[in-house]
Design a protein around this ligand. Sequence first.
Ligand code: TRP
Length: 465
Amino acid sequence: MEPTTTSDPAPAHAGDQSREQWSSKIGFVLAAAGSAIGLGNIWRFPYVTGENGGAAFVIVYLACIAFICLPYLLAELALGRRSQKNPVGAIKAVTGRTPWMLVGGLGILTGLFILSYYGVIAGWTFGYIFKNVVSPDTAFADFIATPGLVLPLFALFLGSTAAIVQGGVEDGIERAAKVLMPILLVLMLLVIVRGVTLEGASAGLSFYLNPDFSKIGSGAIVAALGQAFFSLSLGMGAMVTYGSYLPEKENLLSAGGYVALFDTGIALLAGLMIFPAVFALDGNPQAGPTLVFDVLPGLFQQMPLGTSVGMLFFLLLSVAALTSTVSLMEVVVSYCMDERHWSRSKSVAVVTGGAFAFGFPAALSQGISPTLTDMTWLVGESGVLGATDFLGIMDTIWGNISLALGALLLCVFAGWVWGVADAAAEIRSGAGAFAPGAAQVWGMFIKYVCPLVILVVLLDAFQVI
Ligand code: TRP
């Protein structure tokens, strides 16, 4: 080993000197929170909460975040910072060329596929900024079945994502997140104040805040854990990649803690934004995926200043979605750059093209192409865990099953192959508070609790148990 000029006993790293880095801790926290905060928080969290009974579901969700997701998030960040690599390269850096690299490969594929259909939904949100001004009476179902709208919107959204990722880690992703995330928070607070001051809002507050545990079954627990993983961008190595741009001196505990806190805070605020308004204006909290798109604009119309509130709302949803699609694209791009030695431009172009190719059928699957809208010809009457349209099937396979499987395998990898001692040492670098006792508790979670819980939830989802 080379003699070092500093007294800092930091471990030698596999990364090279030229690798890009975040300029500051706050830059990392905002970019990672930007990845985590997205349609998952503002569109998906409220409707999943509404479908699963409200307040009691929220408590189960919070428990999943604290006991399963947070320990797991630390493992992803540690693996990334230790190796300074994308998910495939990170695993290779720790164990050499072993079949474990396939777990990283699964993460890259998952990123590409989630990006493809997520970009389609993000395109709708973008269109909704203007739709409620231009054509307020068009129903959601008709809007998403109009090829002349959804395809250009999808292309526009992917293009914007590509432009930010092309800018690189510091000038593209970090700068965008620093501007966009605070705007998002301010916009949300405005909409909340409008919602909770409506007459009749209190029924929504009590649905959202007074738990009724008789509503919690195993279905709700599966939904809560799945939602928690998706919301924190876990299970496919996105946090490995973002962690890989972190310098050794940063405190992973507090950085990860802030990301989880912001993500959870925004999800909770999203509920506060939606439920009081839904109840005040006689909407149905169990409307499902259309809750935000169909119910809310209807409610906005009945509010004073509704058109402006509606525009603001969909603007902030688009902003949140954009910082998330950026992270999905960056994972795949970092793989192409590290492992294939492509330039950033070439990687961005190829990944954008790939996402467009797979997103195209997803965009057509909401009423435009009958073959893609109703795929029972391929998946049977019951579909893939309930989904029978192309977009829904992609979400179930990649956004649910693959993330859970990836998280399970990465837990086993970090806990048993890389080893909790090495992983904990990486976390401790920069985080003096991660004392041996804390590390031991964390190790128990990564080796036993997290993988077992995820396994049970996966088996339950497949109705094996
Ligand atoms: N977390 C984002 C959301 O809540 C979506 C997302 C971005 C994501 N990157 C991810 C989900 C990586 C899983 C894995 O909308």
